[in-house]
Design a protein around this ligand. Structure first.
Ligand code: FAD
Length: 261
């Protein structure tokens, strides 16, 4: 089974701070990590390979330092890794990002399953996976929490607010996975040594069949008008008197005083 995992390197958001002057993210000195949901995607790919055989290839679009994220994936057990990196890819919105990744996936060639995280913890749009499936013209199942592949078909549980749906489709398919699908493994010493030795090929725009007008900032119809930090909400007050009647009376008095009622 040929499995491709899309992996994004993201800033560790627990460390991110906002510049109060410019209201932009301070990225300097912020450690980068593999997007946590993409680790679940890789874990699921490794489990599929253990069951069905085959190969796991990870692909990322990003700056040269995204190689570190790919090396971590090799240490975790991926067979191959490809970095798509070019100044021309810079400023990409989700449409340009997904077009670029789809072009990279076409260049890889054969695939049965593509696995993405449900979303990236920085951009948070959850658009890239479904868009890749559209560009490739294949089926997709998003928010997958459980999956089984038999006889060229996938049966997946898809999480939503009120429970889950069970969806079945033929391969090839793109899946986006949620955190509860598995517990990602830790890298082995052997894997880390392999990752240290591994050469990661870098593909530029010239290496894939893609229209230069459709990548990076030029190929991005989304325009960011303004970035701002949302105002902090004032802490709520819990009114708890001895009886429900007393609590309601106090609440009404407060609402009255604030001229809300
Ligand atoms: C106008 C505009 C300009 C932008 N300019 C920049 C910029 O200059 N630099 C910048 O870093 N961001 C930029 N962005 C943000 C960029 O659009 C997103 O980071 C990117 O498209 C992915 O979207 P997301 O983070 O919401 O991913 P999601 O859609 O939430 O990601 C879902 C899944 O898709 C896969 N995936 C997503 N992105 C990648 C990737 N790059 N490689 C491999 N797999 C991936 C992963 O499996 C991930 O779990 C810009 C956005 C806009 C709108």
């Amino acid at each position: 089974m040929e499995i491709i995992v899309c992996v994004k390197q993201v800033p560790d958001t627990t460390e991110v701070k906002i510049d109060p002057q410019t209201n932009t993210l301070i990225r300097q000195g912020v450690p980068s990590i593999v997007n946590p949901f993409d680790k679940n995607a890789l874990e699921e790919a490794l489990k599929l390979r253990e069951k069905h055989g085959g190969r796991v290839t990870v692909i990322s679009m990003g700056p040269p330092q995204a190689k570190d994220a790919l090396k971590e994936c090799i240490a975790l057990g991926a067979d191959e890794a490809i970095l798509m990196s070019d100044r021309a890819f810079g400023g990409a919105d989700t449409l340009a990002t997904s077009r670029t990744l789809a072009a990279g996936i076409k260049k890889i060639g054969n695939f049965d399953v593509i696995i993405c995280g449900k979303q990236a913890i920085d951009g948070d749009t959850a658009q890239v996976g479904p868009e890749i499936a559209e560009h490739l013209g294949i089926a997709q199942i998003t928010y997958v929490s459980k999956l089984e592949i038999t006889d060229g078909a996938v049966c997946a549980e898809r999480e939503h607010e009120e429970g889950y749906e069970v969806i079945e489709t033929k391969l090839p398919v793109l899946l986006s996975v949620v955190k509860s699908i598995n517990e990602p493994r830790h890298p082995s010493i052997k894997g880390t040594m392999k990752a240290n030795r591994k050469e990661i090929p870098v593909w530029t725009a010239a290496d894939v069949a893609i229209n230069p007008e459709q990548i990076g900032l030029k190929g991005s119809p989304t325009q960011v008008r303004r970035i701002f930090t949302p105002q902090q909400r004032v802490q709520g007050e819990i009114i708890q008197e001895d009886t429900a009647r007393a609590s309601v009376t106090r609440l009404l008095t407060k609402l009255n005083q604030a001229k809300i009622i």
